[in-house]
Design a binder for this molecule. Structure first.
Ligand code: ADP
Ligand code: MG
Length: 244
């Protein structure tokens, strides 16, 4: 459903993404890992149209979306993105925060949106916070709200960029569990994460990047137990070492 062909991104100091090609199938969960600075965030930002690209193509359902003529506000509604920093409006309740996009941008029926909002909040265990303000929630709860906010736009694919990286350790699990649940329900997702156990559990396929290139790609069991490249081996070792 998503095809990336030979993507090149250059901020002006040489390519940060240097000919990246990725296909994502419907209902597939693709996990992208790699050292800091290798281009993971840039890749997601390119897919979501937040960055102009210098080469290659991005197609969503066969439709080229990296075109000058494209209506980005429309495309972006088909691609949900959750970042490290959930940016909720402080002066709005949780319900107001999450229903704003679907009602104001997508012009969906308010009652329908609110019903879906309640259902989704319930699913992530936050129905009791529906009338709370962001300041009354923990980081993990706010991040779950941010995921619900993206889901309420009913995107075709969800992009997650290190969504647990800024959270206190005890809140990481509750957010990862929400993503695991989404995966089980068949959401199409691209997840950038440093949580290796989670990556292994959630991924249908893993891509390991370094310096703007895909170094290795494979099934999670194979990748995590028997990486083919020395670079992936080294990276996984470093990670295990840091975790202990
Ligand atoms: P990752 O998410 O894997 O840590 P990034 O995509 O954030 O990596 O960054 C990849 C490279 O692009 C880095 O060298 C970074 O310094 C550079 N970079 C990222 N954003 C910008 C920007 N807005 N302008 C210039 N360089 C950038
Ligand atoms: Mg990043």
């Amino acid at each position: 459903m998503l095809e990336i062909k030979n993507l090149v991104k250059d901020y002006g100091n040489g390519p940060v993404l240097d000919g990246i090609s990725i296909d994502v199938d419907r209902k597939e969960v693709l996990v992208i890992i790699g050292p800091s600075g290798c281009g993971k965030s840039t890749l997601l930002r390119c897919i979501n149209g937040l960055e102009k690209i210098q080469g290659g193509e991005i197609l969503l359902e066969g439709e080229k979306i990296n075109d000058e003529s494209i209506n980005w506000s429309e495309v972006r509604q088909r691609i949900g993105m959750v970042f490290q920093n959930y940016e909720l409006f402080p002066h709005m309740t949780i319900l107001e925060n999450i229903t704003l996009g679907p009602t104001k941008v997508q012009n969906k029926n308010k009652r329908y949106v609110e019903e879906s909002a309640k259902e989704l909040l319930d699913r992530v265990g936050l129905l009791d916070k529906i009338n709370s303000y962001p300041r009354e929630l923990s980081g993990g709860q706010k991040q779950r709200v941010a995921i619900v906010r993206a889901l309420l736009m009913e995107p075709e694919i969800m992009l997650f960029d290190e969504v647990t990286a800024a959270l206190d350790p005890e809140m990481v699990r509750e957010v990862l569990d929400v993503m695991l649940e989404l995966a089980k329900q068949g959401s199409t997702m691209i997840i950038v994460t440093h949580e290796m156990n989670f990556a292994r559990a959630v991924a249908d396929r893993v891509i390991f990047m370094e310096k703007g290139h895909i170094v290795e790609e494979g099934e999670p069991e194979e990748f995590f137990t028997n990486p083919k490249t020395d670079r992936a081996k080294e990276f996984l070792n470093t990670f295990t070492f840091e975790k202990k």
